[in-house]
Design a protein around this ligand. Structure first.
Ligand code: HMG
Ligand code: MG
Length: 302
């Protein structure tokens, strides 16, 4: 095990992973206000929306409007999910900074989520990566169901390595490994990262933990011990994939910040501002969010 890193980058995915999973459509103005607030918290990376088919994710059908109307800070990367060339066209027209392509390590979730087999997905993503790079944009690649799939059961780490090799060969600069349904535990994350780090450097990887069973923070500590320094999280603990039964929120950004800051690991993000934004989100959505720090703040107010 390596010593803990001294600095970690948080990639805020709440506006995309969070709001794609809300039953109600969040008004475009509210999405823009959330992103503008997040832009003032010290975050340097925000995934703002996705350019998937609006029939598949109606919650983010306003992707163009959102991306075009947020106040952009020059030091922040505003990224968006893009499934295919049609999505890339829309994302580039709206002025995206970084493109995130995505697929699964398992056939079952890949088919349910993007309507293709794994092998049929590679050429589609290849086209997106080439197009994005030609337009001067960097590309991130997500691999979902890296621990287990709701359809196919446990995922073999070698399958994750296989998909990651294909994505890096296309030209993605980083791969984010998603425990989409939040089933993973530290021993499994350890096995996955041990296999991945035989092929790739820690800087090439990010971890994306959903906290369905309360294991995300433990999994993050294990990842830190492997030298991983990039983590995806969502304000308030929002999140989930509508095409993965049982998937719920991402690890909450504020809970992750608490962990890291108390461990003496720098993030550059203001925990108090994130917490206040999460509390506002809770009011807007009219329901309690899963974040532990929001629960603490709620208790302090009452
Ligand atoms: P499909 O129906 O197979 O698409 O959907 P198609 O290529 O056959 O095209 C059908 C029609 O849709 C065509 O129109 C296209 O132009 C149009 P027609 O010719 O019939 O008039 N179309 C589009 N329109 C607008 N924007 C587009 C687009 N693409 C095609 N981008 C597709 C395939 C991939 C598009 C669909 O399955 C889809 O949008 N899936 C996205 C599902 C999704 O967003 N899931 C959640 C995000 S992934 C996630 O949350 C996991 C992650 O967080 C990591 C983790 O947690 O593990 C990232
Ligand atoms: Mg996710």
């Amino acid at each position: 095990m390596m010593p803990f890193p001294t600095k970690v980058q948080i990639k805020e995915v709440g506006p995309r992973d969070g709001l794609q999973n809300e039953k109600a459509f969040i008004e475009t103005a509210d999405k823009i206000a959330l992103i503008d607030t997040l832009s003032g918290t010290g975050l340097d990376y925000i995934e703002v929306t996705s350019f998937v088919h609006p029939k598949w994710i109606p919650q983010l059908a306003d992707a163009v409007d959102v991306l075009q109307n947020i106040k952009r800070h020059k030091d922040i990367t505003y990224a968006a999910l893009v499934p295919n060339s049609k999505g890339l066209e829309r994302a580039l027209a709206a002025g995206v900074d970084e493109v995130s392509v995505f697929m699964s390590a398992s056939e079952g979730h890949n088919k349910a989520n993007i309507n293709k087999s794994i092998d049929d997905t590679f050429p589609i993503l290849q086209e997106v990566v080439e197009g994005a790079l030609a337009a001067g944009k960097s590309v991130r690649g997500y691999i979902s169901t890296v621990i287990a799939c709701p359809h196919d059961g446990y995922t073999n780490p070698e399958q994750v390595v296989y998909v990651a090799e294909k994505l890096f060969a296309m030209g993605v600069s980083e791969v984010s490994l998603g425990d989409t349904i939040g089933v993973g535990v530290p021993t499994q994350v350890d096995a996955l990262l041990t296999e991945m780090l035989k092929q790739f450097r820690p800087e090439q990887l990010a971890m994306h933990f959903h906290d369905t069973r309360g294991t995300a923070i433990a999994n993050i500590v294990t990842s830190l011990q492997h030298g991983i320094t990039k983590f995806d999280s969502a304000i308030g603990g929002l999140g989930g994939c509508p095409y993965a039964k049982g998937a719920s929120g991402n690890v909450a950004t504020e809970d992750l910040l608490y962990l890291l800051h108390e461990m003496g690991i720098e993030t550059g993000v203001d925990l108090e501002k994130i917490k206040q934004a999460a509390l506002r989100m809770e009011n807007l959505l009219g329901k309690q969010l899963s974040s532990k720090l929001v629960a603490v703040a709620r208790g302090e107010e009452s």
